[in-house]
Design a protein around this ligand. Structure first.
Ligand code: FAQ
Length: 316
């Protein structure tokens, strides 16, 4: 019977259909989706911290209102993704517990500090730009609830990316000091943004993507990490020219033969150090997350007590 169930699953995958929560699916497929979706959800809520750092110091009321809305969107993305993961039979509490205990990770990028206002522009332009590149193909992911959550998230990310670009454009059209601040932000965020796409497809420095092949067979991933990294560079390099900023890579140039930009890879040893907990802000991010969760305990208790009271009242 289990073979028949697997056959039904594979028939849907082969026809490029969608797997829905009540469909039979192999355990390994379920586990891999929980892993990726949880990591994604955690990234959204931890990703609120570097930007939250600048809400009270945004340079104008307009910039502050925009940044507040963006950070709220990220909380919303986290919630859609936890809800989508719950359709696979794990609870949000369980997933948060795995984040807080360090069993599950979040994107390496959020372990870097936001030192100046220009970093907010750079995050929108580069980090949201990388997120869109990675996530647009996920709208075609074989798992229905994840794919549908991605449609809405990508619309909001594309607004985020434009606001970041526009914030940097304002700086690059400003004073020499503002231009220098924008360049410094690009210098610091470029390689960490390239590293967001994960380890290389083929072993380099003994690091390699372990899940790609299986995830592509299952229709979870549609492109490899290196393919997406290349797409991101191809999209971003001309935008840097519009800004009048220099991407900090001497190897970066258009290659007519390949029809792509040549560029140099990020330091994958650094990526793995940061993932394993040794980035500039890992400790601070986790401490803040755990204390925010503890501070919110009374809200969860009150909501549960209210729901229980409501349920009893309905029974009577
Ligand atoms: N950081 O074999 P692969 C955002 C891990 S955007 C940390 O390639 P896979 C929006 C990987 O998990 C950021 N860990 O794995 C926003 C695996 O470890 P595991 C979030 C990384 O899953 C913007 C191991 O390395 N977006 O939040 C990283 O096939 C601005 C081997 O790697 C997503 O999560 C990394 N950079 O591909 C919010 C998108 N790279 O699980 C606020 C969805 C790799 O065995 C402000 N996720 N690892 O312990 C994905 O597309 C994939 O999971 C990848 C990794 C591409 C991240």
């Amino acid at each position: 019977a289990s073979d028949e169930r697997d056959d039904a699953f594979h028939a849907i995958i082969d026809a490029d259909g969608r797997i829905e929560p009540r469909d039979d699916m192999p355990d390994a497929y379920r586990r891999s989706l929980v892993r990726q979706m949880a990591q994604h959800a955690h990234s959204e809520i931890i990703g609120m911290q570097p930007e939250g750092n600048w809400i009270s110091r945004a340079p104008s009321l307009r910039r502050k209102a925009i940044l507040l809305a963006k950070v709220q969107d990220e909380a919303g993305h986290g919630l859609y993704l936890y809800a989508a993961a719950e359709t696979l039979g794990v609870s949000r509490d369980e997933l948060l517990e795995r984040l807080h205990s360090g069993k599950q990770k979040y994107s390496s990028i959020f372990n870097y500090p936001t030192l100046t206002w220009a970093d907010i522009g750079a995050i929108g332009w580069l980090v949201d730009g990388a997120a869109i590149t990675n996530q647009v193909p996920l709208t075609r992911c074989s798992y229905g609830p994840y794919a549908r959550a991605m449609v809405r998230i990508c619309k909001e990310e594309s607004f985020h990316q434009r606001q970041g670009f526009e914030a940097l454009l304002a700086l690059t059209r400003g004073t020499a000091a503002q231009r220098a601040m924008a360049q410094d932000a690009l210098d610091r965020w470029w390689y960490p943004s390239l590293a967001m796409f994960g380890p290389p497809d083929t072993p380099s420095q003994e690091r390699t993507a372990t899940h790609t092949e299986q995830s592509m067979r299952w229709g979870i991933k549609r492109f490899t990490n290196d393919e997406l990294r290349q797409k991101f560079v191809d999209m971003t390099a001309p935008q840097a020219d519009v800004l009048g900023l220099r991407i900090p890579d001497d190897e970066l140039r258009w290659n007519d033969e390949r029809g792509h930009y040549d560029f140099s890879d990020p330091d994958f040893d650094e990526l793995f150090r940061v993932i394993s907990g040794d980035g500039p802000c890992n400790e601070q991010r986790m401490a803040h997350r755990v204390s925010a969760h503890a501070d919110g305990a009374w809200v969860r208790e009150a909501a549960s007590a209210y729901a229980a009271k409501h349920a009893t009242a309905q029974q009577e």
